[in-house]
Design a protein around this ligand. Structure first.
Ligand SMILES: [Zn+2]
Length: 162
């Protein structure tokens, strides 16, 4: 941006200098030469101003994208606060479990820890007829959990899926 401003300022200085020179021209031929030079300098200034505006538009877009990223980051942090990494089941697999204190009426569900690390919310859905296998719909991560198995972990702070 600084480069574009400097270039536009230099072009403007040239136009101003030529405007002063045209008054000092002794003959009409000299005036016409200076005016022709001024015309070219004005066109150059116009070009530099357009480059400056293009750069300003580009910077405005960068700012909008940065603001959108910041909002997405803040939204993700608020969403991520609702979940807790939990070692579930005797097979020792991990899930992101919805904290009961943050459920706010949402049904019990687990999220994929791999996708969660990438700031993507992806549900672990039941896959088999006995409803013991849960699979990430995005990356394929699998967890086996059978709520009827006495060996399964049943944490008090995390609601298990039945
Ligand atoms: Zn996943």
């Amino acid at each position: 941006m600084f480069t574009e401003i400097t270039a536009a300022y230099q072009s403007l200085s040239t136009v101003v200098q030529l405007a002063k020179t045209v008054q000092q021209a002794a003959t009409q031929v000299e005036k016409n030469e200076v005016l022709l030079g001024m015309q070219n300098a004005v066109l150059d200034l116009q070009s530099k101003m357009m480059a400056m505006h293009a750069k300003m538009d580009e910077l405005a877009e960068v700012r909008r994208a940065a603001e959108a990223k910041l909002i997405a980051y803040e939204n993700w942090n608020a969403e991520a606060e609702k979940y807790q990494l939990f070692n579930i089941g005797f097979t020792g697999r991990l899930v992101m479990a919805l904290k009961p204190s943050h459920a706010a009426g949402a049904p019990d569900h687990w999220l994929c820890p791999n996708c969660f690390e990438k700031k993507e919310k992806s549900y672990l859905n039941r896959e088999n007829a006995r409803y013991t296998e849960f699979k990430c719909i995005r990356c394929g991560y699998k967890v086996n959990y059978d709520a009827s198995d006495p060996r399964e972990i049943r944490p008090r702070e995390v609601r298990v899926l039945r």
